[in-house]
Write a protein of this length. Sequence first.
Length: 282
Amino acid sequence: MKMTLIMSVVMAMLLSIVTPSHAETWVLNDDLAAVPGWPSNAPIVGNWSMGWSKSLDQINLFNTWLDGSSYVWHTDLTALGEPFNPGNAGAVDGSTTPHGGFSSGKCFLAPANYIDPNDPNTYSVYSIVTWQAPTDIPELTAHGIFNAPANGGKVNAYVARVDDPNTINPDAPQDSVEMLYSYIDDNGPSTKEFRVYTSVSADDVLVFAIKRNDTENGDNNGLSLIEVTILDEWSEESCEQQGEYNIADINKDCYVNLADILELAKGWLDCNDPQNADCTAL
């Protein structure tokens, strides 16, 4: 009787099951981890790259790999002749150049300690992770976390869409930048979660950037772990992220389907009423 009833319910539900569609996704840490030997070979993995920027329309790859205990990519702006001055307590060995890397399955960025020579109160160099669109995507969601700096420090966080670098007008480069998210971390250190919606054309770039907050005066602080997921659709937070589930979603995967019926079947007619001696204890 039990199995007959279960099979009847299952067959009825099969007729109404809708299989959810799955968007194409790019996951920063998964994509980096899938490439053997990264990041020592190059600061580029598939659609992802790491580097620095004086302004978000200017994207530069890191050019120096520091192996061993340093284990980072960086660019020494002083060696390039860039007109920046070391910030307060800036280290002469370049440890506060813009830098980043990938360790223990996590991408990380650390902010530069360079200030604008025209404004000694403004830190002016971003450390960045970028993702370049492989094709036109009319509906795109990017979400993730800039984790609270592991070694303290106030770190601003930004997400921007930049037109295909090959098409940027040199006379008006900032016209190519659309700021999608910004967090000015005057109080820091803090975790910043973001979810942005946009559209991209092929070769447009999404920039995920950090910059030392202008009120920060510590040396080599602000190393931040970064998580990013990109989907080729507009997507709200999942029920798991929101912590809200349909009452019939027994296995809490955000869908009511056959999997929930099977969970129900496993425990059909079981009970755990402590006042009923015939109930099976869990």
